[in-house]
Design a protein around this ligand. Structure first.
Ligand code: UDP
Ligand code: MG
Length: 318
């Protein structure tokens, strides 16, 4: 053994057969040029349905710096990442997407900052090529909302592409929640952060795995795992509405006392009923969201299972 530091490059991959070889080429060039460090590429196969796994096996056969962790099914990127952190051995871990949207050429710069003492060097996008305006707009609105309701600082336009020092990794590993919102966790754990700017490329090949349903799910997870503000809003809006209801009630009583009973009132009754009914349902939904999270977390289920790690079959979860 030499005393060079080990860098783990963590790549979650789901149906990425089209890009893995290309990614490996880029990473290999980089690893070979940085002779002062040892490298490990840790591919996480997140239950891919194409040839992703066999490509990983081939890469391992030609290069023993390559490791792969084959999860027992598709768990989603958030879980794939924590699995990767669990199995990473490096003094620092670089998380990078498989689709080459995050340029590996930024890694040396990250390492440089890490050597200067930063624990979490994250890459912030200057632009988002190949994404529709709707996606950009919705993502902007989401970050705005999230930021306005949480105390911790959420980094805008930042993905998961970053270098984490071992102590950040150890911190993140302690969060065993099953509905993860890793972007929030990065902020939550703190430590010395450093931002670097980059141009985000379009996907090299293949299709994005995110659709609006998944993004909405992630947004709700993000909100509900970092703040109980929606519960507070529900309470406040509830109070305001009942106050308005109370005033209206007084108005009706006084009107009835002065002008006598007036029977027509179908429209106003319906409007109030429908409006209140709607509000109640929404807030029940909000409460349900939190209750649901509590339900999942109290079950304390293992968050993933591993099928194979490199060549060996794994039977136990870490
Ligand atoms: N990914 C994953 N599991 C999933 C979906 C995605 O591991 O269930 C990986 C995917 O292979 C890629 C990264 O997460 O390496 C980002 O996915 P994608 O490029 O589809 O997302 P986008 O860049 O469009 O946000
Ligand atoms: Mg992508």
């Amino acid at each position: 053994m030499d005393d060079k530091k080990l860098i783990t490059i963590l790549v979650p991959a789901y149906n990425e057969e089209a890009v893995l070889d290309m990614l490996y080429e880029r990473l290999a060039t980089l690893m070979n040029s940085m002779t002062n460090y040892n490298f490990e590429i840790l591919f996480i196969n997140d239950g891919s349905k194409d040839n992703t796994l066999s490509i990983m096996k081939n890469l391992r056969a030609i290069d023993n710096r390559v490791c792969y962790l084959n999860l027992s099914r598709n768990y989603g990127k958030e879980i794939a990442m924590i699995a990767g952190l669990d199995y990473s051995k490096g003094d620092a871990v670089v998380i990078i997407d498989a689709d080459l949207q995050d340029p590996p050429e930024l890694i040396p710069q990250m390492i440089q900052y890490w050597e200067q003492g930063y624990d979490d060097v994250y890459a912030k996008r200057k632009s988002r090529k190949g994404e529709t305006w709707l996606k950009k707009f919705t993502s902007k609105m989401f970050y705005k909302t999230l930021q306005s309701v949480t105390n911790i600082e959420i980094q805008k336009d930042t993905g998961d592409f970053r270098l984490l020092d071992r102590r950040c990794v150890e911190a993140l590993k302690q969060f065993r929640e099953s509905q993860r919102y890793t972007k929030g966790l990065f902020s939550w754990i703190g430590y010395n952060k450093k931002e670097i700017l980059y141009e985000r490329d379009s996907r090299a090949a293949g299709k994005t795995k995110w659709n609006y349903k998944k993004l909405i799910d992630l947004s709700i997870d993000g909100l509900t795992s970092f703040t109980t503000a929606p519960l507070r809003w529900s309470a406040i809006i509830g109070i305001l509405i009942s106050l308005a209801g109370f005033i209206y009630m007084l108005v009706i009583i006084i009107k009835t006392l002065i002008y006598g009973i007036d029977v027509p009132g179908y429209a106003s009754t319906m409007v109030v009923m429908l409006f209140l009914g709607g509000i109640q349902l929404i807030f029940l939904g909000v409460i349900g969201e939190y209750l649901g999270r509590a339900f999942y977390e109290t079950k304390n289920r293992p968050i993933y299972f591993v099928d194979t790690y490199n060549e060996e079959r794994e039977t136990n979860m870490k």
